[in-house]
Design a protein around this ligand. Sequence first.
Ligand code: HEM
Ligand code: HEM
Length: 269
Amino acid sequence: MTQRSACFVALTGLLVMPAVAHAAPAQPWDWLLTPLSGASEHHIAGRMVWHARLMVLGWGTLLPLGALAARFFKIVPGQDWPQQLDHKAWWHAHRVLQYAGVLAMTAGLVLAWGLGNRHGIAAQVHAWLGWSLCLAGWIQVAGGLLRGGKGGPTDDQLRGDHYDMTRRRIGFERLHKSLGWLAIALAVMTIALGLIAADAPRWMAVVLALWWSAFVAVFVWLQRQGRCIDTYQAIWGPSAMHPGNRQPVVGWGVRRYTAAAWRARFGPP
Ligand code: HEM
Ligand code: HEM
């Protein structure tokens, strides 16, 4: 370091120090309780607080957990697949979590409607993305309800959209899986922008960042274990006599197994 730059550092240090000393939080948690902007006070309307809570409950918790259940728990740990087929735990979990999530989202939207002032880019992008996500949530429910019939050897009739993997079923799987995960990824951004628009306390951003990191870590771990199995196989087994097993799988990272390969990976030792 030259003499001039050393002088500059020392001088700026002296100038900044009193300000830092003045602003220094009395306790470590004061930093976490301070709003994101660093402002000393934080006001937010009661209705907006409930908007944020309900949206974090819906898009931040229930909907991502329901998608995780649908992706990785078509066969549950300990299930003797393919002797035991069509374990419905994922199906019940997915519907309960997704309906509850969309309900929380809709209530959250009603609370925010017309309350914002669109001041600043964060608020504008948040509102725009927020409306798109609400639309996506309702489309996902509509898609789920319109996915067609099931069919298969254990149903009343063999023919069915899912068993035959008709164009309707393939279209549903393509749209529902890609729109669902895209929406969840956008929800991370939308929630972050909501926190900025509301100038929320820092601890909320810290907790959410930790939560999303844990979610991604669990997703990657389950994916690498090979737990994302084709729904069709989970329901009817791996035999090539079933028409859907002769068609390509729908979606990224979805796997198919023979009975022996599954047992070698997940079966009892
Ligand atoms: C009536 C409501 C719903 C029904 C009946 C339903 C049904 C289904 C079905 C049958 C699957 C399995 C598709 C397959 O693997 O072949 C699935 C997967 C999925 N659902 Fe839903 N769903 C509903 C609501 C939602 C909502 C609101 C979301 C919002 C995010 C969502 C996100 C997903 C995602 C991301 C997957 C793919 C998981 C993977 O990667 O395998 N679903 N859903
Ligand atoms: C993915 C979750 C969320 C969605 C889908 C969402 C959706 C929306 C929508 C659609 C609006 C505009 C309402 C209108 O047109 O009047 C809005 C406004 C707002 N939201 Fe959210 N929201 C979410 C999460 C949050 C969170 C976590 C916070 C705060 C911590 C928040 C704070 C706000 C604020 C402050 C406004 C008003 C913005 C303005 O001034 O215009 N939101 N939200």
